[in-house]
Design a protein around this ligand. Sequence first.
Ligand code: AMP
Length: 415
Amino acid sequence: MSRRWQAPRGTFDVLGEEAVARAHLEALARRVLESAGYRRIETPVFEHTELFARGVGESTDVVQKEMYTFAEEADGASYTLRPEGTAPVCRAYLEHGMFKQPAPVKLWYLSSFFRRERPQKGRYRQFWQVGIEAIGSDEPAVDAESILLLAELLEALGCRGVRLRLGSLGTPATRQLYRTELQAYLRAHADELAAEVVARIDLNPLRAFDAGDRGTRRVMSGAPRLLDRLADDDREHFATVCELLDEAGQAYTVDPTLVRGLDYYTRTVFEFTSDALGAQSGVGGGGRYDGLMEEIGGPPTPGIGWAAGVERMLMTATTVPAAEPPTDLFVAYASPALRAAAFRLAADARRAGQAATLELGGRSLKGQLRQADRAGARYVAILGDEGVALRDMETGDQRDVDMATVIHHITRPAL
Ligand code: AMP
């Protein structure tokens, strides 16, 4: 007997109500983002591996151990299934000379991404993200606007327990100085810190802010903070972003420990979480990446963007329609001789803009009517040897109508 296959670990099928919910999310995202001047972009599912190695950063978990990479035997090239959207969009921006367009160039996507992660609730190996990138302007208003757009999308979805954390990373040079300062501080307090924090002082001192043990937390409450070390123009930039969010009535917490590990991140970083999610509480996040474009071979070009997980958003959403799309007309027929006429009627109804379903399951007439009811059809046309009967499924009324007028009848509110 041959094997019955299942979807690979960490992947899933989208069907039924889940498909309806996703279509709803996509429609909302389009409305929210396109009203703010964002245009849709689709990039390939795979790119040259080097693009991610440079554009996401060699030292990140994603590049170190989560990428699905394969070799093209014909030309020896190495490709990788996209683990994120920013580097591909920036590649496309350069490739298509979008720098000739008025800045900022605003792009949005809804695509699937691939990371070899340990699967758990809210963490998959193929997942979907809605994301935006605004490229070519370093105005703080672009930062604030992009944050508000994600807030608006989450609000439109009715996502529960949403919180926004906000921070600024300054420049890579500021961060380097700060890192050295923090390392010195941690070493001076090494005997009060958890062993794993001490072990990471060289590699990743910032992780000390995430530690849960009491000793480390006490030490960290007195640790130097990157936000207090920002250069003047970066500090002003951050202050303006905060002012604009205040102006818009957007609640947030300034989190001096919010870090995104990539070297090219600059200035604003932010993350939306939901209390309604478990351990994987991140709904979406992003930041400014003024150093990225140079990293992938372009001229210095500022940019900012975010990505939000479709599955995570839907896990907390409350405005998602559960219903299947409605059926206006179900066409039933009493005998096989009437199949062609039924087929024609269903096709005509669709051409007239109605959602019409034809009996295709070889059911008895009684079975067809049951099926129409299950499908939630508003009307059923029953083709018999004597003519057509049209039944209003809401009222139960049934009347004989002329075949040519069926469509005309069902466009009316009632029989
Ligand atoms: P990131 O690109 O890592 O900043 O992730 C942005 C958002 O994408 C997160 O807040 C999650 O909502 C979602 N996300 C990231 N990785 C996964 C994953 N493996 N499975 C499901 N959602 C994810």
